[in-house]
Design a binder for this molecule. Structure first.
Ligand code: AHR
Length: 551
């Protein structure tokens, strides 16, 4: 059906009537917003790797969050918290980045292999951080016993069904150390001394790690390099790495948010020396942290509380996340100036909300924070941005998996809960591997006041993907107060039935806790459809998934 005819039919009364959920049978012209999904305008396949995670030896992420030890009373699989493994499988976790973060450029992989009892204890990279909660006790989060090393991490990935992404130490180790780590992980059984060492640890066959990061934040904690200096290091590290027949994917340490000159100068330098070699991805980092509307840019002063926020901070934080779209298109354009075929893809290998300390569930959890319905909206709108740029974004890793920045889980000893962000990953997993479709959302911007001045932010937003005759549409409504009545039009097919899943909360500060673990949970319903256009009322402060079966 042609686009214009379809609209005419819809307005003439062919409006979908659904009995369940919040669908309402009424004239489409009463809608406040419109979503148009164009079946014949594919953008690209949504890489499952967009649903990636990040685990760093930082506060309670590894010790307490993931690694409880084999002798723990907490149910575990070879020392790894069982509940986290099961939850990771449910959301189809695709890839996990490790061991950092800043920690990666201080880490010697040799400390974390061989018999656990013989491994050295080292001061953790983060030991001097000023954000440690008051009274933080000494323990493995400050003095790392290296009980969770390469094999433990790779086993965790295997159990979770995720691929590993290892970040090499560029600041304080040599390229040779990097090659030997690749040897330890990937050399065929029985071939090298390191392959035998791996076998002695219980892994005879190679782990076949494909994704390798060359440093982390090399502009900052990863060596404080200039882009030109980092280009030299990058080339040295990734040249002639033993491949053992694998299609290794090297990832360069990309820019800090809007630092376009880092991308331009690095790509310029690589281009001068014959191109991009085996570079597969360029890792952008973008955190949403400044809620002051420009009052300050101070890293510590600019942050807000994770749970107790005034209205203006709700809007500001989500606006910070909305910036991701422009960051992607800006860096992509610069990369294209040098890499005209766009052989190198963009990764967003650290993203999420970063609040000031105070809401952590235990005082050993450095950078630990609670997660509310606001974080769920942030996660939803960010994932929707990645889908809309599925032709550019090949991987993304939310920071960090558990007990840290925007976490999917909070855990302490035997207590373990899912955050609203986890539920978004669960709902959005349905997009993985689908064909992202052009999805035009027309909605009014939201108006608010900050620093005594009027401000606006983007309103309703979303993305759609096609999986044979099933269409997945996800939509975030960032308006904390008003629902948005929306006409959804699918150009190129009729609707048969709709499955609805919504995550919302009456209180915009709502979150899950050890005492109330199910305060924020998705609700599902089913709609029996007849007609060709549908109107749906998106609740305030919500994330919604519509799974639409096409006739
Ligand atoms: O995720 C916490 C830290 O943020 C990471 O270690 C670093 O890469 C980034 O600055």
């Amino acid at each position: 059906m042609k686009r214009r005819e379809f609209i005419k039919t819809g307005l003439a009364g062919g409006v979908l009537a659904l009995t369940g959920g919040r669908f309402i049978a009424q004239e489409a012209r009463m809608a406040d917003a419109r979503i148009e999904i164009l079946l014949d305008e594919p953008i690209g396949r949504i890489a499952p790797e967009i649903y990636g995670h990040f685990v760093e030896h930082l506060g309670g992420v590894v010790y307490d969050g993931i690694w409880v030890g084999e002798d723990s009373k907490v149910p575990n699989i070879g020392g790894v918290r069982q509940a986290i493994v099961e939850a990771m499988k449910r959301i189809k976790a695709s890839v996990i980045r490790w061991p950092g973060g800043c920690f990666a450029d201080s880490y010697n992989w040799r400390d974390g292999v061989g018999p656990r009892k013989d491994r050295p204890r080292r001061p953790n990279f983060w030991i001097d951080a000023r954000e440690w909660p008051k009274g933080a006790p000494d323990g493995p989060w400050k003095y790392d016993p290296n009980h969770f090393g390469t094999d433990e991490f790779l086993r965790f990935c295997q159990l979770s069904g995720a691929q590993p992404y290892l970040a090499a130490n560029v600041r304080s180790l040599t390229a040779r150390d990097f090659y030997e780590w690749v040897d330890y992980c990937n050399s065929p059984a029985g071939t090298t001394t390191l392959a035998e060492m791996r076998a002695a640890a219980g892994q005879r066959d190679p782990w076949n790690v494909r994704y390798w990061g060359v440093g982390n934040e090399s502009w900052g904690c990863g060596g404080s390099f200039t882009p030109e200096e980092y280009a030299v290091e990058y080339r040295r590290f990734m040249e002639w790495v033993p491949r053992y027949g694998l299609n290794l994917a090297f990832i360069g340490s990309g820019p800090n948010s809007g630092d376009l000159s880092w991308s331009r100068r690095f790509f310029g330098r690589l281009a001068e020396k014959g191109g991009f070699g085996r570079m597969w991805g360029w890792g952008l980092h973008h955190y949403s942290w400044n809620v002051t509307g420009g009052r300050t840019n101070d890293w510590f002063e600019g942050k807000g509380d994770a749970v107790k926020y005034p209205d203006e901070e709700w809007y500001e934080l989500l606006s910070e996340a909305n910036r991701t779209e422009k960051l992607i298109t800006d860096h992509w354009a610069i990369m294209g100036e040098f890499d005209r075929q766009h052989r190198v893809k963009l990764l967003v290998d650290e993203w999420g909300a970063w609040y000031k300390p105070g809401s952590e569930v235990h005082n050993s959890h450095l950078l630990g924070q609670q997660a509310t319905i606001r974080d769920a909206v942030l996660a939803g709108l960010t994932l929707d941005i990645f889908h809309r740029h599925a032709d550019k974004v090949a991987m993304a890793n939310i920071a960090q998996l558990v007990n840290c920045l925007q976490s999917l889980f909070l855990a302490h000893e035997d207590k373990f809960i899912l955050t609203p962000t986890y539920h978004v990953f669960d709902m959005y997993a349905a997009h993985q591997g689908g064909q992202s479709l052009r999805t035009n959302v027309s909605a009014s911007p939201l108006k608010y006041t900050i620093n005594g001045k009027p401000a606006t932010m983007r309103g309703l937003n979303g993305s759609a993907s096609l999986h044979d005759r099933r269409l997945v549409l996800t939509v975030t409504n960032p308006d904390p107060k008003a629902s948005v009545n929306t006409e959804v039009t699918i150009y190129g097919a009729n609707v048969k039935e709709v499955g609805i899943t919504t995550l919302t909360a009456k209180d915009v500060h709502a979150h899950n806790s050890f005492d109330n673990p199910r305060a924020v949970e998705p609700q599902t319903s089913q709609g029996a459809a007849r007609g060709r256009a549908l109107v749906y009322n998106f609740a305030p402060a919500s994330v919604t998934r519509l799974q639409i079966t096409l006739a």
